[in-house]
Ligand binder design. Structure first.
Ligand SMILES: [Zn+2]
Length: 94
């Protein structure tokens, strides 16, 4: 089951960048589960010469970018201005 789900996840992310909420709707799974699957997908793609591209979250208040964040889940608050108005990270398979 998970193999098929992950293949579907990869299929959705080829050529189109989506956030976890969009993937959650398309794959009918909870957003939390999407992040878990994405973490596996990131590892398995790396071993086949492909990769999961992550467009980092950004603060809508001050434009701070969460470039160095390793975790796939969205940050809660901007470290620079404390705003919680943040974009969600986007994922795409290259
Ligand atoms: Zn900010």
């Amino acid at each position: 089951m998970t193999g098929t789900l992950r293949q579907q996840l990869i299929a959705h992310l080829q050529g189109e960048a989506l956030d976890a909420l969009e993937l959650s709707g398309r794959l009918h799974m909870r957003e939390k589960a999407v992040y878990e699957h994405l973490a596996h997908v990131r590892r398995s793609l790396a071993s086949s010469g492909r990769r999961l591209e992550v467009t980092p979250a950004r603060c809508l208040q001050c434009d701070y970018r969460f470039q160095d964040r390793q975790r796939l889940t969205p940050p809660g608050r901007c470290p620079a201005c404390r705003s919680t108005r943040l974009t969600r990270p986007l994922f795409r398979v290259l």
